[in-house]
Write a protein that binds this ligand. Structure first.
Ligand code: HEM
Length: 358
């Protein structure tokens, strides 16, 4: 082994990397549990890439074959059911982990100077993850996904001014057809993965450049002359990260084995809209809010105003570090914490209400 390492070292000069790994430290403090959420999100993303590539070996992206190919994967291909269930469950856990990571870095105020770019790249990654969820939902070409995509792309159509163009761009025409499936497939397996790879690399580079932040309480303690305890990144921190990944694998395996993802009936564009059509849980809060809006508000179409408000909220999320301009890590910003708590409460409550109502 050492001969192989020496051989590679002689050609690539790995001493810099070795030195970097040996020197890198991570601050130790009481809130460190929150600092593992980014790592779990990254791990689940890698699970998605690996299981997605395996599914690609058998999946066929056409309206006439997609449903049958997924049926073949879960009934005929060895361990195909496991791979599909892992891909579906991991997608949901990934989005849950990304939301938990977002709220934890928000409440810890880790977005503050000099971590603005880390936050912005993270927020864009969350949008990409939602894009993965939305485009992947249609791929089995089953009834539920078909009608949910019709509703979802319809919502995109309500965006003021550009809505109609967006709807036609997403659907590949006026209606959800095989052309929509081809587009969603291209998005899901090529465009979004390429964009995500670049953004994840940037996100990790920014985290690496800035080092891990310390929570406000700890920053105050340090200012008062406290000593910053550190643990080596390798192997101490990485081993703790891997332990959390083990828990994620155990959870994934249990969910995949005991709660298999249903395939339902094949999509039939001419069938009546079945009852209980709803999007994935992470779109439910928005879906339900739009449903509750009156048809007209102050003379404007209610749904359009709602979509505009969600777009504005997404834009505000991206620029959070420029709204909370406190430079110091120690200063609290209770107003931002309150808005964050209200957003979290709204999201959880409307997701549950939306689920119960659909
Ligand atoms: C695919 C999605 C994502 C991946 C793979 C990812 C990965 C990571 C990793 C591995 C870290 C370092 C460990 C940690 O602090 O937890 C991190 C830190 C960070 N992430 Fe993410 N992240 C993602 C999404 C997000 C989102 C949605 C946001 C917020 C909008 C965000 C904002 C941040 C910030 C501000 C830090 C620095 C934390 C600190 O220094 O204390 N990330 N991310």
């Amino acid at each position: 082994m050492s001969q192989i390492i020496d051989w590679v070292d002689e050609r690539l000069d790995l001493s810099g990397i070795r030195h970097f790994i040996a020197e890198k430290g991570v601050p130790i403090h009481t809130q460190k549990i929150w600092y593992y959420l980014g790592g779990v999100t990254l791990f689940l993303f890698m699970v998605q890439v690996a299981s997605g590539i395996l599914l690609l070996l058998y999946y066929r992206p056409s309206a006439s074959e997609a449903y049958e190919s997924v049926q073949f994967i879960v009934t005929q291909v060895e361990f195909g059911w496991l791979i599909r269930n892992i891909h579906s469950w991991s997608a949901n856990l990934l989005i849950l982990a990304a939301f938990a990571h977002l709220f934890s870095v928000f409440f810890l105020k880790s977005y503050r100077q000099p971590r603005e770019l880390t936050w912005i790249s993270g927020a864009l990654l969350l949008f990409l993850m939602l894009g993965f969820g939305f485009s992947g939902y249609l791929l089995p070409w089953n009834e539920l996904a078909f009608f949910a995509t019709k509703v979802g792309t319809g919502i995109a159509g309500a965006v003021p001014f550009v809505g109609r163009g967006m709807l036609r761009f997403l659907r590949g025409g006026d209606d959800v057809t095989g052309a929509t499936l081809s587009r969603f497939y291209a998005l899901h397996v090529a465009i979004l993965p390429a964009m995500t790879t670049v953004l994840v690399a940037l996100h990790l580079l920014f985290v690496q450049r800035q080092g891990m932040s310390v929570p406000m309480k700890e920053a105050r303690r340090l200012r008062a002359g406290g000593f910053q305890k550190q643990m080596p990144f390798f192997p101490d921190y990485i081993l703790r990260d891997v332990l959390v990944w083990y828990v994620a694998i155990a959870l994934l395996a249990a969910l995949a084995a005991f709660y298999p993802w249903e395939l339902g009936r094949k999509a039939d564009p001419f069938a009546a809209v079945p009852a209980g059509i709803r999007p994935e849980w992470y779109f439910l809060a928005m879906f339900h809010t739009l449903k509750l809006l009156p048809s007209h508000i102050l003379g404007f179409e209610g749904e359009r105003l709602g979509v505009l408000a969600f777009g504005l909220a997404a834009a505000l999320l991206v620029v959070v570090p420029f709204l909370d301009r406190r430079a110091s890590r120690e200063e609290s910003s209770p107003w931002f914490t309150t808005v964050g708590l209200a957003a979290l409460l709204y999201f959880v409550a409307f997701t549950i209400i939306g689920y119960l109502a659909s």
